[in-house]
Structure formats: C-alpha cells, structure tokens
Design a binder for this molecule. Structure first.
Ligand SMILES: [Zn+2]
Length: 380
C-alpha cells in the first residue's frame, strides 16, 4: 500500500489543476475590468452556495454519518455542502481508509487504482485512531483542512490566522483546533480554484508598498554555496541573496562545480510560454528554475531580486504568506521589495526543516520572537 500511496501524492502535485472537479463547467464573466495603476484584477469564485459529492470507501471504519458530518462541520458556514455520491463517476472527490505511518493521520492525493483512479481523495489513516491522542475529536478539523486543500487552498501559517487552513491542522498537531472558520479561512475560500459555479472579478488596489526595516538577531551565522547555470550569468544572484538573507545571518558564495554546491539555480528554457509561474523551487532536490529572459532578467532589477530571493527562501523552508496576512516577499504573487519585511521574519521563524536547512529549532522560534523589533520602535 505504501508504494501506491507514493504514486498517489506524486500524481496530485504533478496535476495541480486536475479533473474530477465540480462537473458542471464554471461560467466565466465576459470581460475583466480595465486596468488601473497599482491595481490587479483576479477571477474569483462567486459567493453562490454549492453542493459537492463524495464517494465513500465501503469498508466503513467510521460510520458514513460521522464522516459526512465531519466534512460539513466547517465549510457549511460559507454555503459549501458535501453529500454522498452514489457512484465514483458521480463523485467530485473520494474518501478512503488506509493504514500508513501516523505522521500522516489524514492526507490528500489520488490513488491510481480501481474505482479510486482519477478521483482526488481524502485519506483517513485508521491505524492512528488509538495512537494519536484525540484523533476522532480532531477529525472534523483535519478533514475540513483536507477538503480545503482539494478546493485548491494552499493554507497559511498559524501567525496569519487561527483557522482551519493553518498548515498543521491536517497533521493533527494542534491540541485545540478552532471550532469555526476564521476570517483567514473565509478569505482563502473565496480565492479557491476548484468547486465553484461561476466566477466574478475582484480588483485589489494596493498603495505604494512600504517596506519596514527590522532589527533582528540571527540565531546562527551560516555560509551557503550555490551553483548557477551559465545562462544566468547576467543575474547577480550572490549580490541579491547576500543583501536580503544577511538579516537572517546567512551568506552565499557562488561555486563553479555543481557537486560542491548546497543548491543549484537553472534556466527553465522554453518549456512553456508565459510567466505563471515565473520560477519554481524544488525543496527536496535543492534546485530552482527561472523563466530567464522572458519573466526575469528583462531589466527590472527589483523584481529579479525579489523572485530570486523568494525561490531560495522556499529552499530554506519558508512558505507562502497570503497577501491579507502581510506585505511579504513570500506573497505567492510577485511582490517586488528591497528587503524582507516583518511578516517575512515571521515566515522565517515558522519555516519548516528542508534538506538545505535541517535545523529549525523550537528554541530558535522562541528566541527570535523576542528579538525581532521593527526599527521604527528602536531608538537609534
Ligand atoms: Zn513561491
């Protein structure tokens, strides 16, 4: 079962905008509003209520009513309802039981197997019912997080909002999960990419970005080596990284031998057109790919620096920060800025261990929380 599970997770991430979604074609509005300065327009799901269907594993380790009630325990508040499907074909997603390591009490993915093939699914790990304290009490919040992810919600860190979509809810690592949706959950729900009937345009206008400067005492100082593809030679990568990551006590030198490097940067080439995404980071492989020449390296140095730093920050385990949570280099949309912000410092403190940066200590989190002071509060 383990190998099959791996296939399942791998497939889901390879096909992020996959099928098996709401079966009726969503209606797109005809024309986006005209562009104005400092404003961006996004298509968003309409606020209509919606019902989706779940195909439930017949092995019934839990009663169907318990599972349905858990799936409806949070998102109902915003008009999102889950009912039982009478066949896999009719279903928008599946719910199945598996037994794996209890590091994964609930997960999402796609099993390439029998009736579960081509069906995005939530997996309940029945081996953990008596191994994780409070498993059944935490199940509604964990399943609702999993469902949110099937909706295309990426989630956020706990410092942004105490909601159902914080990253560790599905892992059941929160002792007292929230009892209802937070404002952050609702904002993310209306940005979801799957399961909606129609879209409307939302225009977000931001005043000129003001970047706070921070005083921050790093827990440790470390030097990292990187290798960059020769076609990126016009990009002053080391300069950018040293300028931004100096705040966190990190410095960088470029090496000519890839085998000597802690991480590597590549030119993505001509695989596809367009700048969405502009770049991508593979944490496990310690590699970043850039759409060079078209999307970065086209003369906008501030944007280039932001993109390079944002991607390398992913290698260090920093995650995206929703724009409603704070002005941040780690916003998912490119948000050009000349330094990390106070919000990014939070994201740094809450980063996850990765192959590049394996030691993220609790002690560091605690210590840094005390030592970060925005400069406007410091007498100089
Ligand atoms: Zn990113």
């Amino acid at each position: 079962m383990n190998t099959m599970l791996k296939v399942l997770f791998f497939a889901l991430f390879l096909v992020p905008a996959c099928g098996g979604m709401y079966k009726e074609e969503p209606v797109q509005p005809s024309q986006p509003p005209a562009k104005t300065e400092n404003c961006r327009t996004y298509p968003r799901p309409s606020k209509d209520s919606i019902t989706v269907r779940v195909w439930i594993d017949s092995r019934n380790y839990l009663s169907e009513s318990r599972v349905l009630s858990a799936l409806n325990s949070y998102w109902n508040e915003v008009g999102f309802h889950v009912v039982k499907a009478s066949s896999p074909k009719q279903a928008n997603f599946g719910l199945l039981y598996m037994s794996t390591s209890c590091n994964v009490p609930v997960d999402i993915g796609r099993l390439n197997y029998n009736e579960w093939a081509d069906l995005d699914s939530i997996m309940i790990n029945y081996a953990c019912f008596d191994k994780i304290p409070g498993y059944l009490e935490k199940l509604p919040s964990a399943l609702s997080n999993a469902l949110g992810r099937l909706m295309g919600i990426e989630g956020y860190q706990s410092f942004c909002s105490n909601g159902i979509m914080t990253h560790n809810i599905m892992k059941m690592m929160v002792d007292s999960p929230p009892v209802k949706l937070s404002d952050g959950d609702k904002r993310e729900f209306y940005k979801r990419t799957h399961y909606y009937k129609s879209t409307e345009y939302e225009t977000i206008c931001k005043p000129e970005v003001v970047w706070e400067k921070g005083s921050y005492v790093p827990n440790e100082y470390k030097k990292h080596t990187f290798w960059a593809s020769p076609s990126l030679s016009q990009l002053p990568v080391a300069e950018y990284l040293n300028k931004y990551f100096g705040l966190f006590g990190r410095s960088f030198v470029q090496v000519l031998d890839k085998d000597m490097a802690d991480f590597a940067l590549y030119d993505w080439g001509e695989e596809y057109k367009g700048c969405s995404p502009t770049a991508i980071a593979y944490k496990e492989d310690r590699e970043v790919f850039f759409k060079y020449g078209e999307c970065i390296g086209a003369g906008d140095n501030l944007k280039d620096a932001t993109v390079v730093v944002h991607e390398v920050a992913h290698l260090f385990g920093m995650k995206h920060v929703p724009e409603w949570c704070g002005n941040s280099i780690m916003n998912a949309q490119v948000n050009p800025g000349s330094s990390f912000t106070a919000t990014d410092v939070q994201a740094w403190m809450h980063r996850e261990a990765t192959p590049l940066d394996t030691q993220v200590m609790q002690v560091e989190k605690n210590k840094l929380q005390l030592t970060f002071v925005p400069l406007n509060l410091v007498r100089r």
